[in-house]
Design a protein around this ligand. Structure first.
Ligand code: AP5
Ligand code: MG
Length: 214
C-alpha cells in the first residue's frame, strides 16, 4: 500500500508516518528528512536547499522531484511507502503521477490531516526529537516517560529544528496555503482524498487513518 499524508507544518505527518512504519511495515519517505540529511552531509542538493529551508520557503521542484525519483528506485519501497511532505506543489503532484506510472507503483490513499493554524504553531514551538533515533516529542503534549531519556532508544540527546522559529513557521504556513493546499482539491477531484481530524489526540488520529487504510 502506498499513501500520501497531506497537511500543513505541524499537522502530525511525521508522527503518524513513524507509527505506520512500526505497525504496517511501510517505508516513510519524508522529503524534509531527506533534505535535512543532505544539508548535514553537505551534498550539492543540501547546499542548494539549506538557505531556503532555514527561511521556511519551498525547495525547487526539480531538486525535490529528483530526490524522490532516486529514492523510489531503492528496493525497500516495495514494502509500500508513506509520502510525508511530498508532493507540495501541483508540479510535484503531476511529476509524482508520472513517476509512479513509469515505475509501476500504485497510489492507494491520500489522507489530509486537517488542523488549525494556532494549534500547529504551538505544536511546532514545543517540538523536539531524539538526536539518535528521531522519535518526536513535545514540551507539553509528549514528554519522554523518564525525563531526558528517549522512550524508543534510550538516547539522551535531543535536538530542535533550525526552521522551528516564529518567523520561519509563518513562511512555512504561507507556503502551505499558497502552494500545497490546492492539492486537496487536486486529489479530491481524482477521487483519492480522505480527511482525518488532525486536532484529535495522536492515538485517535492513528485510529482514523487506520479506518481509511482498511
Ligand atoms: P518538512 O520536514 O516536511 O516540514 P513540515 O511540512 O513543515 O512539517 P513538519 O515536519 O513541521 O510537521 P509534521 O506534520 O511532520 O508534524 P510532526 O509529526 O513533527 O519540511 C521542512 C522544509 O523542507 C520545508 O519548509 C521546505 O523548505 C523543505 N521541503 C520538504 N519537502 C519539500 C517539498 N516536497 N518541496 C519543497 N520543499 C520541501 O508533529 C509536530 C509536533 O506536534 C510534534 O512535537 C508532535 O509530537 C506533536 N503532535 C503530532 N501530532 C499531534 C497530535 N495529534 N496532538 C498533539 N500533538 C501532536
Ligand atoms: Mg515532519
Amino acid at each position: 500500500m502506498n499513501i500520501i499524508l497531506l497537511g500543513p507544518p505541524g499537522a502530525g505527518k511525521g508522527t503518524q508516518a513513524r507509527m505506520l512504519t512500526e505497525k504496517r511495515g511501510l517505508v516513510q519517505l519524508s522529503t524534509g528528512d531527506m533534505l535535512r540529511a543532505a544539508v548535514a552531509a553537505g551534498t550539492p542538493v543540501g547546499k542548494a536547499a539549506d538557505a531556503v529551508m532555514k527561511s521556511g520557503g519551498l525547495v525547487g521542484d526539480d531538486i525535490v522531484i529528483g530526490v524522490i525519483s532516486e529514492r523510489l528506485d531503492q528496493p525497500d519501497v516495495k514494502q509500500g511507502v508513506i509520502f510525508d511532505g511530498f508532493p507540495r506543489t501541483l508540479a510535484q503532484a503531476d511529476a509524482l503521477e508520472k513517476l509512479l506510472a513509469d515505475k509501476g507503483i500504485s497510489l492507494d490513499h491520500v489522507v489530509e490531516m486537517s488542523v488549525d493554524d494556532e494549534v500547529v504553531t504551538a505544536r511546532i514551538a514545543g517540538r523536539y526529537t531524539c538526536a539518535k533515533c528521531g522519535e518526536g516529542y513535545h514540551d507539553e503534549s509528549k514528554q519522554p516517560n523518564v525525563p531526558g531519556v528517549c522512550d524508543k532508544c534510550g538516547g539522551t540527546e535531543f535536538k530542535r529544528r533550525a526552521d522551528d522559529n516564529a518567523h520561519a513557521v509563518r513562511t512555512r504556513l504561507m507556503a502551505y496555503y499558497r502552494e500545497t493546499s490546492p492539492l486537496i482539491g487536486y486529489y479530491y477531484a481524482k477521487g483519492r482524498l480522505a480527511s482525518v481530524d488532525g486536532l484529535a489526540d495522536i492515538d485517535e488520529v492513528e485510529r482514523q487513518i487506520s479506518a481509511v487504510l482498511g
